[in-house]
Design a protein around this ligand. Sequence first.
Ligand code: ADP
Length: 902
Amino acid sequence: MSKKNLHVLIVEDNEDDALLVLRILQKENYAITHKIISTPGQMKESLQFESWDVIISDYSMPGFSGEEALELFQSFNLDIPFILVSGTVGEDIAVDMMKRGAQDYIMKSNLRRVIPTIEREINEVELRKQKKSALEALRVREEQYRNLINNMHEGLIHIDLQEKIVFANKRFCSLSEYTLDELIGAYASTKIIHPSDREIFIAQNKLRQTRVAGSYEIRMIKKSSEVCWTEISGSPLYDDNGESIGSIGLIIDITKRKETEMELRASEEKYRGLAERISDLVLIVDKQGKISFITPSVQKILGYTPEELLNEQVSRFLPVQEYEKISTALIDNFDQYSAERIETVVPKKDGTNAILEFTGSPIFTNHKVEGIQVVGRDITEQKHNLESIRKLFRAVHQSSAAVLITNLKGEIEYINPKFTANTGYTFDEVRGRNPKILKSGYQEEATYSELWNTILSGQEWIGEICNKKKNGELYWEINYISAIRDDHNAITHFLAIKEDITHKKELELELKRAIDVAEESSRLKSSLLSNISHELRTPMTGILGMTQILLEELSETEFAQYIRKIQKSGSRLMATLGSILDYSQLESNMVSLNLTNCNLAKYSKYLLSQYENFAHEKQLNFTYTVLDDTYDAIVDESLLNRILINLVENAIKYTNKGGIEIIIDSEIHFGVPYAVLRVKDTGIGIELERQSIIFQEFRQASEGFDRNYEGTGLGLTIAKKMIELMHGSISVISTIGVGSEFTISLPATLPPEQTEVASEETNQGTTELQAKTQIPLDFKTDVLLVEDNLINIDVIVQFLFPYWKVDFATSGATAIKLAQKKTYPIVLMDINLGSGKDGISLMQDIKAIPGYEKSFFIAVTGYAMITDRDYYLSQGFDEYLAKPFTKEELTTLLTGILVQQR
Ligand code: ADP
């Protein structure tokens, strides 16, 4: 067994004592090296330059003491056992020395104890040394960990179960901007966590207590109130007993990442929105021809939903050859291709076609083409518009009317070839110039200002302008000028469409001249006819009047026969004259209608009553049948009068046995009511082929020298014209030897109730009036007759004798004088009084004489055209009597007036 080395410093003034100790030590298997010193200087030096395992010191020495030695030893701060060995000291000193730091105290008498003491103390020193170095190692390790934690790139925080911060590393402090002191002991959730995220934080920490680790993202609020996004990876912490004591969190600042993420999301959203809103079709096709992206616009353009085409082959909708055109061109030669556009017809889902214009660009990944991005624009409408524009342009260009377009400054921007043909100006000659170059000076400036006002107000100006051609020639054109507006209704251009009407103008002028001539001759004709009428009627009044008077005087002599013949011839002459005049007036459209409601049954019964007598004279029956008189005819009564008389006169004239029947009826054609009147006779009838010609001018059923009946053949023609003027119609059914039936139908209406009552009253009045004319009156009424024809005066005086007292005047002056002397209730006034005033102004003069307010003025005139009656009534006459007239006509009229006056 090898001996333990023991290096001993002995502080002893007595060498024997020192050797005694050494001897004891050597006995105990120690290889002893030693030094014996006895002064403080020696001790100082020994402690300074040598190392010792143990110090054994005497207590009392001359010039040195155990206490001093202990003090000196302690000043060196060495962990070596200091054992006091002495023979002299007492118990209390020994205790005091041990209190001061000596390891033990051994009496010299009991030196054997020194060995175990030294061993024990050396062991203890050894233990102490070991402990110290273990502590040091721990300290170093802790230092290392602290550095590690503090230098970590991540922030670290330790919180306890109450979420109080136990520790935070430097990185966390700098992240949170708090010092460690500010953090420690603070509640984490309120100190550093964003209020909106506190719940997440608390929930996560609860998880840690159930031993669950996890990562999450929350916002943290720094000391400066700045918000930062963090990612926290939390782990639970346990004590040695496995009890949860809190958690550790590793914190990374992810603000930048979050911002980028948000920016990315925003931009993604932006692009998605863009893709969704984009009106063009955008698709991405991979190398295999599969559609990997397509915009929703496909639905609008082609009718497919994006889902229907996504991941499908592009050939599903785009013709393969077209797609290949795009793809090969792209891949082979991208740079040159990029500008090229491919137009193609693409079938839509519904079977119709769309025209699309495609462009494309390759998509690269690592410099290799991975796919193609294709953009298709729907140009179907544009194409169609272009086509329409092309057509319209051709239409304008080839138009047979000249077309001119100017800008707002009035500068010519377009003319068509017809413009050049009309004016002689080519486009180059007029481009940019003002259309004023065509001005001839013929038009007044007012025309142009009206033109501008019209077109600027948004309306079309239509007007004729005389313009000047390039060669100076004048020409007329009709202009349709209007403003051209854009989509916002703003005027951008003016458009003039011009038609050369020079030829038309010339024709118009010619026509106008011809019309003037025609009108003049028609006026002359009317005036001639009117004069003829007057000139024939005036003497006829005398002839017929006198014959009538003579007839009354001459009873059944043969003179009476002659006179009757004269009368008949005269009447016939008058009828002919009447027809010719009516016809001429109808022909020249001079008749204006005065339409009123008329009950045909009542009207015709009254009108035709005198024809009953004529029929009876020929031993013919005359009957009325009213089948339906619901409707009133809408007619001019003066025309109806002539029509009915004509039909009834014909019926009597062409019937020798049997009779005449007047039938009143109504019909509805296409919902429109018509009042119908039929004149039916049992006369000679009309051959079928003649039935259509009898309504033509001057045609009779029997014509030529062998015709059997008198007449001009104008009656039915006039009747037809008058009926048609009133929008009615006339027809005939006839059988030779059996009879004829003439039917007239006239537009009709339901009678207004009041009118019905009124007309009934009027009718009663008329009937009464008629009855009264038959009764001789028992007093004489004064009548003033103004007439320059003496024979006619004679006739009238005779006609009115003996019941009326007639004063007459042959001139205006005499008439006034008479009228001033006496108030005549009735004045018969000739119109043409030769020289001096005419009947109209004379009537007005007499009317102005006091007392004449209630007098009746009757125009008696040979101006007896259809329109004349209305004219005289409009001038102020109360009645009208056409020359010639019979005695009955005159007396009926006057008696009627008398009844009204009373
Ligand atoms: P006119 O003045 O000659 O009678 P109208 O125009 O009144 O002329 O008649 C034309 C012709 O129609 C007559 O000439 C006659 O031949 C024929 N006519 C007219 N009414 C009848 C009738 N009721 N019966 C037979 N023939 C008639």
